[in-house]
Design a protein around this ligand. Structure first.
Ligand code: ADP
Ligand code: MG
Length: 238
């Protein structure tokens, strides 16, 4: 069953159209990766699904309802940013619970959900620390934890590993795959890294210059790319 549907979704900034009518369906529980060179519109598309960018034309549906005018907090999605976007003056525990506090979740429930997420991410011993006292990998876990506590239908990741060194990237990539296995939620994951895309994805969406070039399973894109661009980008034989 499809949980996210884009129908001719377009985005313009002033006169300039940067997304030229995207059509896409993401299944419930699927790990979907948007991949493509810098500037091709990956973040724009993700932010439109999150409700952080207005949609200029077309429709975005989540779980059967058109969400074009629905508030980001009401969409059942949670976004993990490349920059982590943690509050420096708050502890890890407060950072992770902040979104829940804002929506009026009772304190004991917040504590329980934060501790559950911390256990999943193995950061329980870090809950009292401030972001400045964490390594890059630990900050990334906190940013993911902040999304988990909201129990979203869909996780949205925008290049979550690009600020980490090569070794940690591989480690976190494995952890994100495990997280998906454990939670079973739909995940949409943006990267410009072909290896990340090929190893994480159930479904890859290859983008170029504001268009979706091809959608398919990694093996299909590898063995049967639509064109030279897709082949070249994913390192496949065409
Ligand atoms: P990606 O995430 O694939 O690197 P983006 O979605 O960030 O690409 O950007 C797609 C295009 O939209 C780029 O040409 C970028 O310059 C343009 N763009 C993004 N945000 C804005 C903005 N706020 N105003 C004007 N142009 C923008
Ligand atoms: Mg981007």
């Amino acid at each position: 069953m499809s949980i996210i549907k884009l129908e001719n979704a377009r985005k313009s900034y002033g006169e300039l159209e940067v997304l030229h009518g995207a059509n896409l369906s993401v299944d419930d529980g699927e790990f979907c990766v948007f991949v493509g060179p810098s500037g091709c519109g990956k973040s724009t598309l993700l932010r439109m699904i999150a409700g952080l960018e207005e949609i200029s034309d077309g429709n975005i549906s989540i779980d059967g309802s058109v969400v074009n005018d629905v508030d980001p907090a009401e969409r059942g999605v949670a976004m993990v940013f490349q920059s982590y976007a943690l509050y420096p003056h708050m502890s890890v525990e407060q950072n992770m619970g902040f979104g829940l506090r804002m929506t009026g979740v009772p304190k004991p429930d917040i504590v329980r959900r934060v501790h559950e997420a911390a256990e999943i991410l193995q950061i329980e011993e870090l809950l009292a620390r401030r972001p400045a006292q964490l390594s890059g990998g630990q900050r990334q876990r906190v940013a993911i934890g902040r999304a988990i506590v909201r129990n979203p239908k869909v996780f949205l990741f925008d290049e979550p590993l690009s600020n980490l060194d090569a070794e940690l990237r591989v480690q976190m990539r494995v952890e994100i795959a495990k997280l998906h296995e454990r939670l079973g939620n739909t995940m949409i994951y943006v990267t410009h890294d072909q290896t990340e895309a090929m190893t994480l994805a159930d479904k890859i969406v290859v983008m170029r210059a504001g268009r979706i070039e091809q959608v398919g399973r990694p093996i299909d894109l590898y063995s049967d790319p639509n064109n030279i661009f897709v082949a070249g980008f994913l390192g496949s034989p065409k």
